[in-house]
Structures are given as structure tokens and as C-alpha cells.
Ligand binder design. Sequence first.
Ligand code: ZN
Length: 239
Amino acid sequence: MLTLHNEPALLLFSGGQDSATCLGWALNHFIRVETVGFAYGQRHAVELECRRSLRESAPGINTAWRTRLGGDTLLELDLFSQIGDTAMTSDMPIAVDDQGLPNTFVPGRNLLFLTAAAALAWKKGIRHIVIGVCEADSSGYPDCRDDAVKAMQVALNIGMNARFVIHAPLMRLDKADAWRLAEAEGGKAFVDLVRAQSHTCYLGERGQLHAWGYGCGECPACRLRAHGWEGYIAGETRA
Ligand code: ZN
């Protein structure tokens, strides 16, 4: 059974599939959910546009969500483009290095996002922070790992004299499980909303709506998303 905390939470909300799914989870677990996003020089502003439309549509899923969705903050963190190019922040071909790490990896990104989110949460008197990182089925980004998130929680609590709890509800889920979680939190209507309104594609492609959502269908993020969708649908057919 889900527990509804009688406290607010701050969700790191990018407009991607994972954070959109976490929005549903957070709205079922916290009395109020505020969102924070980051403009960090990402290649495509489409993610930021998706944040807006997801926030507009989510309250339509049920009345509880309508009353619980709080405000949004967009923070500028455009220092990454000054530090150096990655395929996430400039127009270069996507490639994978010999360690299996794609050049879409922006070093320190989630660490900085968590620090900025915690600073905002501290100001707002919020102690629960929700982030949609996932260790099980990510692109191998080291800052999505459980150890990194736990270490950040310790560092932030020491450094801000706080008692933050960082929740990462997708940490142990693969991408098929993430679709199942979306369904468990908000039913088919929410799955449909995440499918059509969240954005994952590294190339910012939103021309054609596939079964699994919009995207080029070729980049690593689209492949991961499409593969997860197939797993989710296959599980449904078996059930
Ligand atoms: Zn793509």
C-alpha cells in the first residue's frame, strides 16, 4: 500500500520519461509536489516545452493530483557548455567510448542538479527530494547509481545541516518496469500522457508519434525507451 507523507516534496523534473513517471509517483506519496528544472544548455529546448505540457496535463488525471501539484522553478545552470562540449549540450554525433559510456554523459550533471535542488528545497523548507535516476537500465551514467545518490544525500545533509531524504523510485527498475510504475500510479491515462508528452530523444525529434512516444527511434535514448515499451506491452499480453 502506498504511504502518503504529510509533507511536501521537490521533484527534479526534466520532462523526460523518467521524471514524468516520478511525477505520478510523487503525487501519490506527498501532500504537495513542487518541481524544479534546469536549463543547462541542452541541445533541444523541447524537453523544457514537455515539462510545461506535462505539468498542465497531470492534474487532469485525478482530483488528488490536482490539489497536490505545487509550483515550478526553472534554474539556469548553463556552466556545462563553458566547461566543455558533450553530445548533450552541442551538436555532435552520438558515440560510445570503450568503457561503454555515451558522449551524451555530462560529467557531474546529476550531482550539480541535486545540489541546486537541495539548496532550493532548503530555502523552501522541503526535506523530501525526488529524482528519476535509474541504475538498472540507464545508459551507464555513473551519477545515476545508487551509491552516487546515497553519497549525495550524506554530503548535502552534512553540508547544509539538514535532514534531506532523496527518493529515487526508479533506481531498481528497468524501462519496462518504469512503464508499469506509471500505470500503477496513474492508470492507462497516465501511461498515455507520459508516452505522448514526455521527451527522451537525444536528437530532439518530435515528428512522429511511435507506440512508445516521440523520437528518432535510433539514438541510444530512443532505443532504450522503445525496448522498455516492448517489454511492457509483452508483459501485458502475457497477463
Ligand atoms: Zn532519438
